[in-house]
Design a protein. Sequence first.
Length: 82
Amino acid sequence: MQINNYFRFKTDITYFCQNSEEVKLTYEVSINICEQSLFPAVRVAKTNTTLAANGTNCRHQIKDGKQKYALHPITILRKPLI
């Protein structure tokens, strides 16, 4: 999808958005993309499963879209060391 010559697929790129309609459209595109593979995987994860996502956008999308928290893989690996 292209809006004002910028390609947008993530929820937190409102920096490029000119108005609230663009933000809404960006969010809708992001959610639709997440529903292809990310959200189904989060839905089937057991409640005690630690979710890992190396991208900031993915962690925010999981939190915003599924009200669950994902950690960066380095954070998960660091926990046993401290």
